[in-house]
Design a binder for this molecule. Structure first.
Ligand code: ADP
Ligand code: MG
Length: 699
């Protein structure tokens, strides 16, 4: 008998249902309190939870446990310990203690720390995050944890995220209370990340060194057919792909990941998966897990799942849309316009906080999505531009206009609320979602941040978003806190009006792909950071250090260490790409050219031997072309090689990153253009690796 989806769903998760079922009542209550209100967990409670968790895990086939964490590498890390404890007489029992559940001590010395370990202790520890449920994967109980140094410095992506959620909770609740909504005890942020990816056949993948070493192709001429027909988008799923997706859904459901939508994307072999949204922290963990499971299930189906932002030149890359909102513990989505005037006002206050946050910290938003891979997309007319702006749609923009011009609340100030009350229209998705060129779009009851790259942990962008909005809300609170309740409406109105005036420059409803917008944005004073090395230094600017330290998200040294890691990571990525490209060109591509020329020469010679009168015009012409290309490629290779050596001798990290961006990438692109042109003259079968057509149109 086959299992139904509801039976399957969450079957490998130590979720609330299991907890209630397996834990003594008082223990369940204590744990629930820790989860809901973020209070300290007593050791005796932890011990009881550990016992229940282990029993449940062992019943479900687990033999090991691991503290699962998210170091600055961007991927997750785990070290597996078995539950066994040997007894005298050669037997074992399965044991797991509260201490082991709550705290782990992985050897931290090999994870990137950006200098934090030089100044602090070399050791780090992992701490259980009870707000994200434990689960079983491949016979191991996974315990989501935060990763810190012994002096408490964050070494991971979860710790700052939890801190930023706490900051937003604090500031949002204060504002709600002063607005009179005193029933609310807490506010959390919610995220639904839509994930794009490519599938290529495993055999093809393994023959491409560039895919193996860098995740993207560094060479390759476009096939006669690319994505110009747009026949792949939402197209019928090929059986092999459908089978993969079916399996993927099931694996994700078992892990309690609410995979909801799947479809083909614009590019050939490109697909998308979207889950139902969740609390940010859980959504981040789930997205990391989703990427993991995608790779694993792909493998089983003879595929490799490519999560790189730009695996194929000339073909759309992959991104990730971060749908984001805020929800109260009373169940109100604060970005839902609501139905009553009071709800409308509350919505407008939170909406304006987001607008202010994004305008003020657009540089950090851009920073949060910056990576070597994503640089190939942003600003390239297939993904949002590098300029961060907000799309609100005409209706909502009109509402803001009328607030700014005093027409929304009615002309007479003292009756503003009553008339005011001109209840907001209900924004349907249709009117808000049409503009696909905007990096940050209001889509009816949430914002969609569309600049993320496909391989990125969604943690960073949400840290920035949560913190920046918390900051705007804290500014709002300062304005509102001493207001006479009688005058609250008026003060709120003034606040909205002033905020609109000051920050409306970030609102843009037009086409973000045009040159006019670039010029217009510059006039408006908006940031336009084109590449990762351009934007990274904003991290350590005073304005931004102040933001993060004020809300206790990062200490100054945590920021500096992260800045260093990001720079290093960028340079290393391009360094590996340059080396891989040189390797492929010299060991695979050039020999293929030589072989092509050799075959032509053989034919020409044979012709002549057979009958001297037979002309070899075509062979000569082709040989000449090939020979010219060969020389040019050789020269371009020399340049790349010399510049790569130059880079190896540079020591200033920022200067180095800039050199990689401005010089090495340029060298690579010149070399590629020459090679791709020459590739068209090489007969099928001579190149020792699959070409674009083989990779993209495999079924
Ligand atoms: P689509 O873009 O596929 O038409 P939606 O716009 O409804 O569908 O949803 C896209 C993503 O946004 C989904 O992952 C969905 O769960 C998520 N989402 C919907 N509401 C919220 C919310 N309040 N907070 C965060 N994410 C949300
Ligand atoms: Mg979307």
């Amino acid at each position: 008998m086959s299992t139904t989806v509801p039976e399957m769903y969450g079957s490998l998760v130590f979720n609330d249902r299991v907890m209630r079922d397996k834990l003594p009542k008082d223990i369940y209550k204590a744990l629930r309190k820790t989860i809901d209100t973020n209070t300290h967990l007593e050791l005796d409670v932890a011990n009881a939870v550990a016992i229940a968790m282990k029993e449940w895990a062992v019943d479900n086939g687990a033999t090991h446990f691991t503290h699962w964490f998210q170091p600055m590498t961007g991927v997750t890390a785990e070290k597996h310990d078995s539950f066994i404890t040997p007894l005298e007489g050669g037997e074992v029992i399965m044991e797991f203690s509260g201490k082991e559940l709550v705290k782990g001590e992985p050897d931290a010395s090999s994870f990137p720390s950006g200098g934090l370990r030089a100044t602090f202790e070399a050791r780090g520890y992992t701490a259980w995050d009870p707000t994200s449920p434990a689960f079983i994967k491949d016979g191991t109980l996974y315990i989501p944890t935060a990763f810190c140094s012994y002096s408490g410095e964050a070494l991971d992506k979860k710790t700052p995220l939890l801190r930023s959620m706490e900051a937003l909770n604090r500031e949002a609740t204060k504002v709600l209370h002063i607005l009179g909504n005193t029933e609310v005890n807490s506010v959390t942020t919610t995220v639904g990340p839509e994930q794009e990816y490519f599938l290529v056949e495993k055999e093809t993948f393994q023959k491409r060194r560039d895919l193996v070493f860098t995740g993207r192709t560094l060479l390759g001429a476009m096939p006669p057919k690319g994505q110009e027909m747009e026949d792949h988008y939402f197209g019928t799923l090929k059986p092999k792909v459908a089978a993969f997706m079916h399996d993927l859904d099931e694996e994700l459901w078992k892990l309690g990941i609410p995979a909801k939508t799947k479809h083909n994307e614009v590019a050939p072999s490109q697909h998308e998966l979207a889950p139902v949204f969740d609390t940010t922290n859980v959504a981040v963990d789930h997205n990391q897990l989703t990427m993991d499971v995608m790779r694993k299930v792909a493998e089983k189906h003879g595929f490799v799942c490519l999560l790189h932002e730009k695996p194929f030149e000339g073909i759309n890359g992959s991104g990730k849309h971060n749908n984001w909102s805020m929800i109260t513990d009373t169940g109100i989505n604060l970005l839902d316009p609501g139905k009553t005037p009071t709800e409308n006002i509350q919505f407008l206050v939170f909406l304006m906080a987001v607008i202010k946050a994004v305008d003020k910290y657009a540089d950090l938003m851009r920073l949060s999505v910056a990576s070597a891979g994503n640089d190939h997309r942003l600003g390239a007319n297939e993904a949002p531009p590098a300029i961060i702006s907000i799309f609100l749609g005409d209706e909502l923009t009109a509402v803001l206009d009328s607030i700014e011009n005093d027409t929304f609340f009615g002309k007479q100030k003292n009756v503003q609320m009553e008339i005011g009350a001109s209840v907001l229209p209900h924004f349907t998705k249709d009117t808000t979602d049409r503009n696909r060129t905007s990096p940050f779009a209001f889509t009816g009851n949430k914002f969609e941040f569309r600049s993320l790259g496909s391989s990125l942990s969604v943690s960073g962008p949400n840290v920035v978003l949560n913190t920046a909005v918390a900051d705007a809300l804290s500014d709002f609170y300062e304005v509102l806190k001493d207001t006479d309740p009688e005058k609250m409406d008026e003060t709120v109105h003034e606040l909205l009006k002033n905020t609109i005036k000051e920050h409306k420059r970030v609102v843009f409803n037009g086409n973000g792909y045009t040159d006019e917008w670039v010029a217009e944005a510059e006039k408006r004073g908006l940031y336009n950071y084109k590449s990762t090395p351009d934007v990274l230094p904003v991290f350590i600017q005073d304005k931004n250090v102040t933001l993060f330290t004020k809300h206790h998200i990062f200490t100054k040294s945590e920021i500096e260490s992260r800045y260093e890691i990001l720079l290093e990571n960028y340079s290393k990525t391009i360094h590996i790409e340059a080396k891989t490209m040189l390797d492929m060109v010299s060991h695979q591509f050039m020999p293929a050219l030589v072989k092509t020329m050799d075959e032509l020469l053989t034919v020409a010679t044979k012709k002549k031997d057979f009958d001297a009168a037979l002309s070899s015009k075509a062979e000569k012409a082709l040989l000449e072309k090939l020979s010219t290309a060969y020389d040019a490629i050789y020269d371009a290779m020399q340049v790349l090689e010399e510049d790569t050596l130059k880079a190896e001798s540079m020591s200033d990290e920022l200067e180095l990153a800039k050199f990689y961006q401005a010089t090495i990438l340029e060298d690579m692109s010149k070399l590629r253009a020459l090679a791709d042109e020459a590739e068209k003259m090489i007969p099928k079968g001579i190149l020792p690796y699959p070409d674009y057509a083989d990779m993209l149109f495999y079924v």
